[in-house]
Design a protein around this ligand. Structure first.
Ligand SMILES: Nc1ncnc2c1ncn2[C@@H]1O[C@H](COP(=O)(O)OP(=O)(O)OP(=O)(O)O)[C@@H](O)[C@H]1O
Length: 244
């Protein structure tokens, strides 16, 4: 089996508090993988370790075979992250934001123009390309944020609550976009919207208190918990000590 991400006893402690606790699981290439859990479960901390933004206290993880501690440069080349807080420059236009990001990745002037044009086309940003990004609606800002993360053509994309605060139409539009990325890109997505996880994710990991409580497809998790809707499944996993 070809894995995109493998974690082995990955642990993060802040002082004496363990916020990610011996996490061990793998994500397959091309998978759209959901990380769920109540507030403070450790999802963002786990993602930050996998993106080499913070270092683990213990344990290991590898991204397409590259160790997150020993091969940070290679890891950073193959991943991209669209963080919870939208990572766009508010006073630059949509086009300028994309060009800036492509420039940061070291592309030549010609490549910067080409990549920017592709992103504008793929994300239907043409009507907004000369608008300052702070004037975009929340939904378009989120789309731009994902376009910025994708400009380097990463093999693995981390989406931390990509649809936070969007209305249902905006959310569905983004779902369609994320669906289109599937297969070509391995995606790790965190969300508090259970219907989003249900609609998009191939497999889901539910975390609580830094630990993995359950992993599987929606159907497998429902079967494991003997529940009939995914909200009950989630509640059972995050509240019960042991699963039936
Ligand atoms: N830099 C830090 N120093 C100390 N504690 C931290 C730090 N960053 C996170 N934590 C703690 O680690 C725990 C896990 O936080 P994390 O942000 O990973 O959770 P989360 O599952 O992403 O939550 P949310 O759903 O609210 O985004 C929390 O108790 C948080 O307070």
């Amino acid at each position: 089996m070809d894995y995109a991400i493998s974690m082995n006893h990955l642990t993060k402690k802040y002082n004496e508090k363990t916020v990610v606790d011996e996490v061990s699981f793998s994500i397959k290439k091309g998978e759209l993988f959901g990380l769920l859990g109540v507030n403070g479960a450790g999802k963002t901390t786990l993602i930050k370790m996998l993106c080499c933004l913070i270092s683990p206290t213990n344990g290991q993880a590898s991204i397409l075979g590259y160790d997150i501690k020993k091969n940070q440069e290679q890891v950073k080349e193959i991943i991209a992250v669209s963080p919870q807080e939208t990572a766009i420059a508010p006073n630059l236009t949509v086009r300028e934001n994309l060009e800036l990001m492509a420039g940061i990745h070291g592309y030549t002037k010609k490549e910067v123009k080409e990549k920017t044009a592709n992103m504008i086309a793929n994300f239907s940003l043409r009507p907004y390309e000369n608008q300052k990004s702070k004037k975009l609606s929340g939904g378009w800002q989120r789309k731009l944020s994902i376009a910025l993360a994708l400009i380097s053509e990463p093999e693995i994309l981390f989406l931390d609550e990509p649809t936070l605060g969007l209305d249902i139409l905006g959310r569905r539009e983004l779902w369609a976009l994320i669906e289109k990325l599937k297969e070509k890109t391995t995606i790790v997505l965190t969300t508090h919207y259970l219907e989003e996880a249900e609609a998009l994710c191939d497999r889901i990991c539910v975390m609580r208190d830094g630990q993995v409580k359950a992993i599987g497809t929606v159907e497998e998790l429902m079967f494991m918990t003997n529940t009939e809707n995914f909200e009950d499944t989630f509640v059972k996993i995050v509240t019960k000590e042991e699963l039936v």
